[in-house]
Design a protein around this ligand. Structure first.
Ligand SMILES: C[S@@+](CC[C@H](N)C(=O)[O-])C[C@H]1O[C@@H](n2cnc3c(N)ncnc32)[C@H](O)[C@@H]1O
Length: 357
């Protein structure tokens, strides 16, 4: 026990007695808040509430039961997302801005990925029992659309891009490859930061048109281009100053990642950098909490995915001939691990463990 009466340092869990039991009750029922919000998104309640209405009017607009809708609207009011006055429900201004499909800033599509995750996570017990992803036989919900998945990636990436650009720096970068680049949000942010930088988003056939659309909307379509490819098999080309593996390695097992890192390293120009941007585990794999939670997300979603420690990334990068491997935690839950290809004529010194800056 720590001196503060809390459990293991950093968990915030009370050590014992009634406070500990209360924390357990909170953990057991935490899903209820989440499910209420997800159901509101699934039924598009915030668009249905629109400029205001009684529970019966909202139920009619969204095609739901009056009693069920009243229960949900009252909870959303208690949660602060709606206001109720004289029997009329209205979205608070921020909910109207971000959750009403009539708003140009609506982010509902990005959240729909969490609805899909709810289905997948319903299979967690089975995945822990048998080590396999949650079944895709319809019992854990329908398959997710590419648009919804990439919308969610875009929402996260747009929020994190300033930290990544700042952490990596774009000085001296002329050619960048964004492997599994998804919506292209990071490539777009790098291109906007450096007017001579050209980025290529490599992704699946059904994803690259989405990246191309975002690049056009951002006004950088001339410098952010796309390439259809399979990162698990293709050669990546050559001469890149920067290769980004953002939220990619967690989809795969250690052997696939060692191979992706090896092929990426050979595609770098001398002095070029390989950047892994992902959740990075502590060396003992028992933290940080967002990363351990995400390992479970990969358990229910993938055959072999997970998160890795800075030491594991450093081992793959060093085996691929990269030097100066450094781990840099960014603001928020993600980190970068960066390795550099040797310059012509430069010799490799013995490599220390990854430095944390
Ligand atoms: C989790 S998303 C990350 C997207 C983006 N890099 C980001 O950080 O927001 C993983 C991306 O990898 C792509 N992907 C998955 N397997 C792939 C493969 N074998 N070859 C190319 N792209 C792949 C997916 O289509 C998706 O865009």
């Amino acid at each position: 026990m720590s001196a503060s009466g809390h459990g293991p340092i950093g968990t915030g869990l009370p050590a014992d007695g009634e406070p500990f039991l209360e924390a357990l009750r909170g953990m057991a029922r935490g899903f209820m808040e989440s499910r209420a919000f997800l159901t509101a998104l699934e039924l598009d309640v915030f668009t249905g509430v629109g400029r205001g209405g009684t529970a019966a009017e909202v139920a009619q607009r969204i095609g739901t039961d009056a009693r069920g809708t009243a229960a949900l609207l009252h909870h959303l009011a208690a949660a602060g997302l709606l206001a109720k006055e004289g029997g009329i429900f209205r979205s608070i201004p921020a909910a109207r801005r971000y959750l009403d499909r009539g708003s140009p800033e609506c982010v509902r599509d990005g959240f729909l990925h969490s609805l899909h995750l709810w289905d997948r996570w319903s299979g967690l017990t089975g995945s822990v029992r048998n080590g396999l992803p949650a079944p895709r036989d319809g019992k854990c919900g329908p398959a997710e659309s590419t648009e919804t998945f990439i919308a969610a990636m875009h929402q996260n990436a747009s929020a994190r891009a300033p930290h990544l650009v700042h952490g990596v720096g774009t000085g001296g970068v002329r050619r960048m490859l964004d492997v599994g680049g998804g919506s292209g949000a990071y490539s777009i942010a790098f291109a906007k930061d450096n007017p001579v930088l050209r980025a290529e988003v490599l992704d699946r056939e059904d994803v690259v048109p989405i990246a191309a659309r975002h690049a056009a909307e951002a006004g950088v379509a001339d410098r952010v281009t796309t390439r259809v490819g399979d990162m698990c098999a293709d050669t990546f080309g050559f001469g890149y100053d920067l290769i980004l593996l953002s939220a990619v390695c967690h989809m795969f097992g250690p052997d696939d990642n060692a191979d992706i890192v090896r092929r990426a390293a050979t595609a770098l120009a001398p002095g070029g950098r390989l950047v892994v941007h992902d959740f990075v585990l502590d060396a003992d794999m028992a933290g940080p909490r967002p990363a351990t939670l995400f390992v479970l997300n990969m358990l229910v979603n993938t055959e072999r995915g997970g998160n890795y420690s800075a030491e594991q990334y450093a081992a793959w990068m060093t085996a691929a001939g990269l030097v100066d491997v450094a781990h840099d935690p960014l603001p928020g839950p993600m980190s970068i691990v960066v390795g550099r290809r040797l310059q012509h004529g430069e010799t490799r010194r013995s490599s220390p463990p990854p430095s944390a800056s």
